[in-house]
Design a protein around this ligand. Sequence first.
Ligand SMILES: NC(=O)c1ccc[n+]([C@@H]2O[C@H](COP(=O)([O-])OP(=O)(O)OC[C@H]3O[C@@H](n4cnc5c(N)ncnc54)[C@H](O)[C@@H]3O)[C@@H](O)[C@H]2O)c1
Ligand SMILES: O=C(O)C[C@H](O)C(=O)O
Ligand SMILES: [Mg+2]
Length: 631
Amino acid sequence: MASLCRRGASAALRAAVLESFGARLLGLDAIGARAASTAAGPYKPSDTVDVEIVRKKGIDLIHDPLFNKGTAFPVPERERLELRGLLPKKCLTMQGQVDRFMEDYAYGRTYIDPKHVSDGGVTPDHVRRWKVLQELQDRNETLFYRILLDNFVEMAPIVYTPTVGWACLNFHKLYRRPRGMYFCSTDKGEMASMVWNWPGNDVDAIVVTDGSRILGLGDLGINGLGIPIGKLDLYVAAAGFSPGRILPVVVDVGTNNRHLKDDPLYLGLSKERMSGPEFYEIMDELVKALMGRYPQAVLQFEDFNMAHAAPLLERYRDHHLCFNDDIQGTAATAVAGVYGALRVQGKSNKELAQQRIVLVGAGSAGTGVARMLALGMVKQGLSYEEATSNFWVLDAEGLVTVKREKQLSESVEPFARKTQADPEGEKLADTVKRVKPTVLIGLAGAGKLFTEEILVAMGEHNERPIIMPMSNPTHRMECNAEEAQKATGGRTIFASGSPCNDVEYEGRVISSSQANNLYIFPGLALGAHLGATRVITDEMLMAAAEALGDCIPEEDLDKDIVYPRLKDIRYVSMIVAKRVMRMAYDMGHLHSFAAKKALEISDEELELYVKDHMWEPVYKPLVNLPVGVQE
Ligand SMILES: NC(=O)c1ccc[n+]([C@@H]2O[C@H](COP(=O)([O-])OP(=O)(O)OC[C@H]3O[C@@H](n4cnc5c(N)ncnc54)[C@H](O)[C@@H]3O)[C@@H](O)[C@H]2O)c1
Ligand SMILES: O=C(O)C[C@H](O)C(=O)O
Ligand SMILES: [Mg+2]
């Protein structure tokens, strides 16, 4: 039985309404009602179900504090009210929500593992700032982006790496106003319709993860949604995508993280992660659903584990406007950094072909970086075989050689050492001492692998060693700037994945740069989107890498800085976008008529075209259109 009461009506009024309308609504008189309920015991008006009338659906309903139930919306209601996909799968009871809140109320949610704080990583103050910024984003996006853009150097490490890593670890406890979409393996067959629950008719950029390898923190299940959110914050701030036209997505295919699975507050599926054909079926359906509704959008794959990252890219890259940030964005970033470091040494890009590179971490990022650096060497005149012979790649089992018994993945295989001189499984310290590399790169996500012994060896063999511990977040980096400079007498050209402070060494200040794909993905995506390029090719990525390297001002190179300044991020993204579009044009992939026209007029015209299409966080007059009136 339903009451027609609205929120705020008194219990007495509700009872009166029930008494007068209840029986009539069922078409029974009082006696009939009594007779009808005999089998179930006597009829009790107070047992009737109370409902509330709401005139909102979907995201508008979730954003209305009067009616929002958050994670406690029951399944049928999610279905009726077009909420499917806007909330994580698990439905909590109100008591579950109460418990979660009371824990926060009593203890706060600022617990930080002490090891994460090391080396200037995430501190309680970062967490406080993250929360303040989230609250602002929830109430006023324009102001949020104004402030983020104006304070990018200070705030990028809060909304993005490394603090976003802490947010992902704690996402299930922090759960707040939902952002983005949740798809789940149990949504099979429904995704194409679910995607219509997203309120925006225009989406220009989508970032999707399955949470299986979040930074160097491992499998975080749907908690990983924090990463697409953080990446898209940078799409807006760094490249001027419109905040109303971005879509963060997590696909829930289970998790192998036991702690999360056992945690009653975890909001994803508490079952083992899916793999094999089943996994690809889910991904195919998701990609078709997303690209079906938003065919013009750039789709960025983010933080998928090694087993799936490269195969997913190969599966979709020829059919959709998509890229994998960890493989391709990181690769372009690393190439730019090495070019920058060569310029710091007074050398040209040509000298890339002469570098001996030891790279630790043979996963998505590591092999993507090795391949792109090798392609860079090919551009400087080497054959691909010659180029790959300049690399020594190590994984968790040591130096990778052709003698490895376990089957090597397709992406590692070209880099497996082939000569007798290279012992299978050799330890990093031994490889560094034997090979005397000019460049040492870390992408293992395993913490302090660049020990003092290794760093000292790099200093002994090189006047200016190039050392790039690119893993994230801070406590997963292979070393920090201070360790590198101390061990090498302040001679290291240094760039790390998460930010490191400059180092004071014997009275000198030695610069630290940040080798993070944040320099590439916003501009790359912007160029691909504005140019309607339909695909993202290796040539476009190489153009992005070279553009990034060219953005470093000469006076910064004199200070050993190998990436542009973060304060100039919008300029950098504009230049990267421009060069990506130009390369797409040369390769016949530029399909935007307007972009083509601008590009054919002049470089300046193309720059203007890109700038004009960047969203600015300013208030504009708002106009209300009555229902049915077209824009
Ligand atoms: N700076 C950036 O822009 C950037 C971009 C992408 C990834 N990353 C970081 O790179 C790291 C790896 O990412 P991924 O996607 O390649 O992960 P992945 O899981 O695909 O690969 C990890 C690789 O590291 C190896 N490894 C693990 N422990 C090791 C150890 N003790 N010694 C040597 N090798 C070891 C594994 O065998 C594997 O080859 C993460 O920390 C991630 O945050 C940084
Ligand atoms: O997210 C980052 O900071 C870079 C990169 O995509 C990573 O996975 O570490
Ligand atoms: Mg990543």
